[in-house]
Design a protein around this ligand. Sequence first.
Ligand SMILES: N[C@@H](CCC(=O)N[C@@H](CS)C(=O)NCC(=O)O)C(=O)O
Length: 230
Amino acid sequence: MLIMVILQMSSSRKVVEFFYDVVSPYSWLAFEVLCRYKNVWNIDLKYKPAFLGGFFFFLGNIEPGSVDNKQRYLLADLKLISEYYGVPLNPPPVFNKETLLEMRFVTAIAEKNQEENVLLEKVSRELWKRAWQNNLDNTQPPSLIEAGLQAGLSANEVEELLTNAKSQPIKDKLKSVTQEALEKNAFGLPFIVCHVNGKVEVFFGCDRFELIAHRIGEKWAGPCPIKTTM
Ligand SMILES: N[C@@H](CCC(=O)N[C@@H](CS)C(=O)NCC(=O)O)C(=O)O
């Protein structure tokens, strides 16, 4: 009987794909909300590390931080949402950072642990914390090593992941996930793709959860449905 119930629950699970780049603070806010909801909603959450710089390159889009008015708006908006979502942010003075190696590193972790998200979550969160709370560098290998160790990886594991991050299959994987998002009409991150009854619905931003909940037939109980420690 219990097995039947579990089987029914898993078969009715909605797949939710979360495309993100750790350069994006809005992705971090969405990530923390999804981490809180992944066991509250009946969803199968799939992490999709992508490269935001690739979006700007392919679409000819201007980076948000390079328009003064937008930068001022984003700073005020991020302060408000981070308070509301309970994710403390301390934005760095300069927004635009190169995250290609960083996102290849994250992709290498995602590829190595395809069934197990815990490590991917820990390292992603650590990279966001470094950049968006502590204003630390994430562009150089020593910074990635520090982040990996802090997230609980051993020195050997971090070295191996860093080597993998520079390999062609990982470069290709990051490119293909970025391409996949672009093909689904993404223009920025976070980008959330919900598979509902054979249909695909896409959402841009960390501020779309009320609509997402409505679409997947789940209840939105605000950004903090359960007490969590980050
Ligand atoms: N309103 C969205 C804003 C998200 C956002 O501005 N994301 C940035 C990256 S941090 C982006 O991809 N911007 C592209 C664009 O605005 O075209 C939210 O609340 O999450």
